[in-house]
Ligand binder design. Sequence first.
Ligand SMILES: [Fe+2]
Ligand SMILES: [Fe+2]
Length: 352
Amino acid sequence: MGDVHETIHAVASEIDAIFTWDYERSRPALVKLYEKAKSSQWNASTDLDWSIDVDPERVAQELGGGGTMRFQALAQAEGSPVCHFGDKEWARVGVELQNSLLSQFMHGEQGALLCTARIVETVPWIDAKYYAATQVMDEARHVEVFARYLDEKLGYQYRINDNLRAILDDILADARWDIAYLGMQIMVEGLALAAFGMMHMVTTEPLLKKMLRYVMSDEARHVAFGVLSLQEFYKELSAAELRERQEFAFDVARRLQRRFGHAEMWERMGVDPQAVYDTMERVNPPAQQQFQQLLFSKIVPNCKKLGLLDAADGWLRERFAEIGVIQFEDWVDTGEEYAMLDEVAKDRVGAG
Ligand SMILES: [Fe+2]
Ligand SMILES: [Fe+2]
């Protein structure tokens, strides 16, 4: 763990920057995605209305199950670290939680920015380099909007969560080009897409709602990029190599779940995060179970599409079954969903 006050954080890695002299457009699905990405660019400064006034307490109240609800369920438990909380404290938890969530989204977006720049260098296919370049721009825009919303509308930002930072470090330190894809495009972005979706569904705050809607349009393409690329590459790998990818994917998924424990927020509230987690594990309220499961609603079908569920004797299928998320396997995978989620294109048509 590094210094929590650092503003620069370096991750060392030994990667090969790959040129390809084969400029042939041989991957039509990626060509199509690249065309879509070019026509669905948006401008955070002009496509969003930053003059909208935001009431952080109201926004927080709307978060529901993804917000305070799953923690409020712990209030009555024996030895609960939050048993003394009244309405005032819970209202504050709501506001802090909202801030904490959006801050981690912002840091995750920067992770995506670095990972996609990495993919431009390391992927051996020209169509993938072209596409990844558009994603670098998308991710810069995403960091920009979350940072601006936190600064101008909510007032402050949380530092990066330790679990999330460790995941991003591991992804960026790995020299295998497909691991940046699997870790970022499939796992981190798949989970973010599910979390954005939940927040987008419940919030009525117009700026946040439109911002999430636009970010999700982009993210759906990003996950599709991961699915389309790895689907091809993983056909060539041996069972042993695929098993390594399965283990990596499962490990990342479990650690990602933990980042939604919001350790930094509890510290700020003067509550020991470990005491919250221990109580959570004991009580395991329905709101928490449902939230934890929904986070996997994109990851599981996408892993299936990559062939990762059933490779290596179905190791990953068994793990997902154990943690109760295998039921998502036949939900729509993001390889197809991105056109449906393109709200930017829909708004352009609407505007004539
Ligand atoms: Fe993003
Ligand atoms: Fe993304």
